[in-house]
Structures are given as structure tokens and as C-alpha cells.
Design a protein around this ligand. Structure first.
Ligand SMILES: Cc1ncc(COP(=O)(O)O)c(C=O)c1O
Length: 435
């Protein structure tokens, strides 16, 4: 059994100074306490107790090229000589904006922000300003950041969430403005008829429909064929905007994100995480006539650190690698990720566990269920969460780090040897689950 004694001691000490001991509540889920790390390199993280972790959390997605990728670090180090933040425009910003409009199918224009949460806030404000309407449609299980207007029905307890056909909007945190609920309409995902019925009832009030195009936060669930296109068609027919939250899927599912993979051009989309390989950057991308209202109608979007020199430099360097040889790195990640998914599924069968491996090679989730593949939040909530938690703990003790739901983010540093090592560890972890 691994020791986490130093992490436990540092956690106790940190709580004396840092509220709650962490800088993001998501980190409470780590066991036995939020762990303390000293460094990361490639596919691995090193903790203060000397434990080495093959890391499939990757900062919750951003580290698509692994930890401390030399090319990004070099570009950022070189950019430091030019300063850090100007509160003004510069050449790296122009270069990155130009590159992104080339790479993202729906991007006629882009605007930079610092975190996914605030970029979503920008997208929703633009949608309301553009349409002159107030209501936003979101889906159960989809996470769009922690603001009052979006931290709703992300993981609602089913006894509070109402019927699947007409879900209740459930605030996810104490302290949220009760009025935020008035402007959100919540639906179950992957059900086109439900979206159509909602538009029939509320069409003239709906400014936009926001969704994760692959429901990563609820279980790496793919859209059913025709769903994304169908929702976009309904949005267009009713004068609302179709907004894809590609904070996770962007530059992970494919070079052009989910919209590239599924052949879409959303009216607006939000990118963050992988786009800058682990440095803070978010992007709102979309139609020229929609994003232009930031200028023509002075729709307010601000942020001291937006477009800062190091984030621009990091993203330019990351995209240079990700686009090389027509996206060769994605083909490699797909091959390695497929091997990992298939290997885990085979181990599950060998150990006679009800293990389901669902998703895409660069982002997938392992579930324990006999009920078939989940298609929405309620299906995934019905899977055995205690077993998933036990699996993630057993994996950690065998040197493999996933989150508590056992989502798996892959990076380009997870090569064949790392995958083999992971599968051997997963074999031991599954044996423990059975004992
Ligand atoms: C789909 C999605 N949207 C938005 C966010 C919020 O991004 P950030 O944590 O950068 O504020 C996240 C974060 O995990 C996310 O997964």
C-alpha cells in the first residue's frame, strides 16, 4: 500500500491558511486527501511522498502534450523576455487568432479569455444581446463552469430533479442567486424530440442552446446520430443560437474539436484547456455577424489577463505541434487510446467485472453497469458510482491516477510503453476489486 503521509500533513497545514485547503472544490474528490505534487513530466506526476503516478487527469484535460512539454516551455520561456501583460494588442495575439480561425470550423472570428467559465459567460451574454432574448437551454449532466447562471443541474440528485421528460432546474451550490434559475431551461440530453417540444413552448424566449457536444462531464457520452445537427436546425428555425462548449473536446477529440469530428459549424463555441497545452487560455469562436457585436454594439467583455503574452506563446507552440503532418499526433493518440480502451475492456471481462469502457480514445470513462451504454445523465447516474470510486482508488494505489469517476484523458506522452504499464496496473487494481 502506498503512503500518503506527507500529503496528509501538508493538507492539514494548508487548511490553516488556504480556505478549504484547495483552490478548486473539484480537488476535494481526491483521496485520501487532496494530494500534493512536486513535479510533472511527460505522462507522470510525482507526489511529495515519492509516489509516481501515470496521470490520466492531466490537469482535468489541458495537458494534451503531457506535463512540461519542452517545446511549449521553450516558447513560454522565450516570451518572458518580452514581458507578461500589456493591456493592449500584440503580434502573438494576431498570429493565434489567425491560426484558430483556420483550424476551428465554426470560427469566422475568435475572442480570447482566461478560463472556460468566463468564456461561457461571454458566449451567453453575446447570445442574449444578439437575439434580444433571455432564456438559455442547458442539459442535465453538462458542466459549463461554476457561475450562478450555469452551475445548474450538473449532478442533480434524482429525487430533486423531477421527471426525465420535464426536468427541474436544480442549483448545485448554496449561495447561488435564486433568480439565475429563471433564465435557464433544463432538458435531458440526446433527445431531439424534447428539444423540439421545448422550442414549441418557449421558442420566442430562447436566446441559445448550450451543450457539451460530447457529454464528457457526464461520462464521455457521444451524441446519437443526427442529434447535434437536429438541435442546430431547431435553433436556426427558431432564431436561437447553437452554442457548443468545447472546453474539453476542443483540440482533444480532433484538431477541429467535436465540430471538426462531426462536421458542424456552431453559431458560437467555447474552447479552453488543450488549446494552450496547460497554460490559461479560453476562446470564444463563432459567426462573424454574431461576434462582431462585441464591437458594433459594445457588448461588454473584459479581463485583465486576456491575451497575455505567455498564454498566446503557449497556444502558438501547442498548435504548431498539434497541426504538424496534418495532425499526425492525433492519429498516434487515437491508436494508443484505442489500445488502452480495448485493453481495459478485456481486463474487465477477464476479472468478470461489469466494466463498460465508453467514449473516444483521447477521452473516455469506465463505468460499472450491466444496463448498457449510458446515453444521458440519468443513465450514467444509475451506474455503480461506489464501484467506480473503488476502482479509481485501487488504480491510484497501483500508480495510475484518474478522477473519482474514472474518466481517462490521454496525452501524446502516453505512448505504447505507458499504455502497457497502465494495463498491468489496471489488472492488479481489478484483482483488488474482486477481493
Ligand atoms: C465543458 C466545460 N466547460 C466549461 C468548463 C469551465 O472551465 P474552467 O475550469 O477553465 O473555468 C469546464 C471545466 O472543466 C468544462 O469541462
Amino acid at each position: 500500500m502506498r503512503s500518503y503521509e506527507r500529503s496528509i500533513a501538508m493538507w492539514e497545514e494548508t487548511k490553516r491558511y488556504l480556505a478549504g485547503g484547495v483552490s478548486s472544490n473539484v480537488r476535494y474528490a481526491s483521496a485520501p486527501v487532496p494530494l500534493f505534487f512536486t513535479r510533472g513530466e511527460g505522462a507522470r506526476l510525482y507526489d511529495v511522498d515519492g509516489n509516481v503516478h501515470i496521470d490520466y487527469v492531466l490537469g482535468n484535460g489541458p495537458a494534451i502534450l503531457g506535463h512540461a512539454p519542452p517545446a511549449i516551455l521553450k516558447a513560454v520561456a522565450e516570451s518572458l523576455a518580452d514581458g507578461q501583460v500589456y493591456a493592449a494588442q500584440h503580434g502573438r495575439e494576431l498570429e493565434l487568432a489567425r491560426t484558430l480561425t483556420r483550424l476551428i470550423p465554426g470560427a469566422e472570428l475568435v475572442r480570447f479569455a482566461t478560463s472556460g467559465t468566463e468564456a461561457v459567460q461571454m458566449a451567453l451574454r453575446i447570445a442574449r444581446a444578439f437575439t434580444g432574448r433571455g432564456k438559455i437551454v442547458k442539459f442535465e449532466g453538462h458542466y459549463h463552469g461554476w457561475t450562478d447562471q450555469t452551475y445548474i443541474s450538473v449532478r442533480p440528485p434524482l429525487n430533486e430533479a423531477g421527471p426525465a421528460s420535464d426536468p427541474v432546474a436544480v442549483p448545485e451550490s448554496p449561495g447561488m442567486a435564486p433568480t439565475a434559475l429563471e433564465d435557464i431551461l433544463v432538458l435531458g440530453w440526446n433527445d431531439l424530440a424534447a428539444v423540439e417540444a421545448l422550442f414549441d413552448r418557449h421558442g420566442p424566449e430562447i436566446a441559445g442552446v448550450i451543450m457539451e457536444p460530447v457529454m464528457v462531464n457526464g461520462g464521455a457520452i457521444a451524441p446519437v446520430p443526427g442529434y447535434l445537427e437536429g438541435v442546430q436546425r431547431l435553433c436556426t428555425a427558431h432564431g436561437a443560437l447553437f452554442i457548443c462548449d468545447e472546453v474539453i473536446t476542443g483540440f482533444r477529440l480532433a484538431l477541429g474539436g467535436a465540430q471538426g469530428r462531426f462536421g458542424l459549424k456552431p453559431d458560437l463555441s467555447v474552447f479552453a484547456k488543450a488549446v494552450a497545452g496547460g497554460f490559461p487560455l479560453a476562446v470564444v469562436a463563432g459567426r462573424r455577424d454574431v461576434l462582431e457585436i462585441l464591437l458594433t454594439r459594445n457588448v461588454m467583455h473584459g479581463g485583465t489577463y486576456n491575451g497575455n503574452v505567455q498564454s498566446m506563446a503557449a497556444a502558438i507552440a501547442a498548435l504548431e505541434i498539434l497541426t504538424r503532418d496534418n495532425g499526425a499526433i492525433y492519429r498516434e493518440m487515437e491508436a494508443n487510446g484505442t489500445k488502452l480502451m480495448q485493453g481495459l475492456a478485456a481486463l474487465g471481462r477477464n476479472h468478470r467485472l461489469p466494466l463498460l469502457v465508453q467514449g473516444f480514445p483521447t477521452i473516455f470513462q469506465t463505468f460499472f453497469t450491466t444496463a448498457g451504454a449510458p446515453r444521458n445523465y440519468r443513465d450514467s447516474a444509475a451506474c455503480d458510482r461506489d464501484m467506480a470510486l473503488a476502482f479509481s482508488r485501487a488504480l491510484q494505489d497501483e500508480g495510475v491516477r484518474t478522477n473519482q469517476r474514472t474518466s481517462w484523458f490521454l496525452s501524446a506522452a502516453h505512448d505504447e510503453a505507458v499504455i502497457e504499464e497502465t494495463l498491468a496496473a489496471a489488472d492488479r487494481a481489478m484483482a483488488r476489486l474482486r477481493s
